[in-house]
Design a protein around this ligand. Structure first.
Ligand SMILES: Nc1ncnc2c1ncn2[C@@H]1O[C@H](COP(=O)(O)OP(=O)(O)OP(=O)(O)O)[C@@H](O)[C@H]1O
Ligand SMILES: [Mg+2]
Length: 254
């Protein structure tokens, strides 16, 4: 990935700084039992953290609370010391890059080039610079030939890559990714891992069922199950603990 739009300084590491704090979060969809009951954890600067948990355990719901798309009934969320609330959302969102589980929720412009330049242009980046950067990102993700196509004309994996390019174009400090490897072949899964490992972002929280891939990219794993964070542990010992994973609904070999 020579002459890439990604720079390769690695994560900023200032271990004292708390980048994200989630404190005693409770979230229920209307008229239903809470999906998230008492969720508390922090992410420090320099950390890449996996969010694991069975299908329907609430991973996407938790991430959507963190970025302020959903509002918890109880508890607080802080991003770099700023509480996530209606009036702080523009400020908070400026620091976060979030990819939805469904890439279609992210791509809405007539062409993917415009999808990728949309965010930077919104933040006042001159069009020529935004377009240069977008073309470099498209090249990095093997999509240069598709710049002028709409997302509907891409494959599922290509849409996923285009959505990630649109997020990285904003050079976010904090990356929050929901199932980023969905639809990607092994070569792209590896390439995406390398991209993420080389980003100068402050911290990452990545929800995925791709346990093997999480083991390559993250250092720490949270397991969400039954509305609680059941495990918060270094990723390698966690991935070796097949019994615990099995008990929490995450059989490692399947
Ligand atoms: N809009 C909604 N209204 C009501 N219930 C919902 C809604 N969205 C999700 N749920 C329920 O909330 C629970 C958590 O869903 P969520 O999408 O957060 O799980 P997840 O861990 O991300 O699952 P997956 O691994 O399939 O992505 C599920 O039981 C789901 O059925
Ligand atoms: Mg989900």
């Amino acid at each position: 990935m020579k002459s890439s739009a990604f720079n390769s300084q690695g994560l900023t590491s200032n271990p004292q700084a708390t980048v994200l704090a989630v404190d005693n979060l409770l979230y229920a969809y209307s008229q239903q039992e809470p999906v998230l009951r008492e969720i508390s954890f922090t992410l420090n600067a320099g950390e890449r953290v996996a969010l694991m948990g069975p299908t329907g355990s609430g991973k996407s719901t938790l991430l959507e609370n963190i970025i302020g798309v959903k509002q918890p009934q109880k508890g607080e969320i802080w991003i770099n010391g700023i509480p996530v609330e209606a009036n702080t959302l523009p400020q908070v969102r400026r620091q976060i890059g979030f990819s939805f589980q469904d890439a279609n929720d992210q791509l809405f412009m007539p062409t993917i080039l415009e999808d990728i330049t949309f965010g930077p242009r919104n933040y006042g980046v001159p069009p020529a610079i935004a377009i240069d950067k977008a073309r470099q990102l498209l090249a990095d993700f093997g999509l240069e030939a598709y710049a002028n196509r709409s997302a509907h004309e891409l494959s599922g994996g290509q849409r996923r890559l285009a959505a990630l390019a649109a997020i990285l174009a904003l050079e976010p400090q904090i990356l929050i990714l929901d199932e980023p490897t969905n639809g990607l072949d092994p070569a792209w899964r590896r390439k995406l891992a390398r991209v993420l490992l080389n980003l100068p972002a402050q911290a990452m929280l990545i929800a995925s069922h791709d346990l093997h891939w999480l083991g390559k990219v993250t250092q720490r794993g949270l397991v969400l199950s039954g509305g609680y964070i059941q495990i918060d542990r270094n990723i390698q010992p966690l991935l070796r603990d097949a019994d615990t994973l099995e008990r929490l609904g995450l059989p490692i070999d399947w």
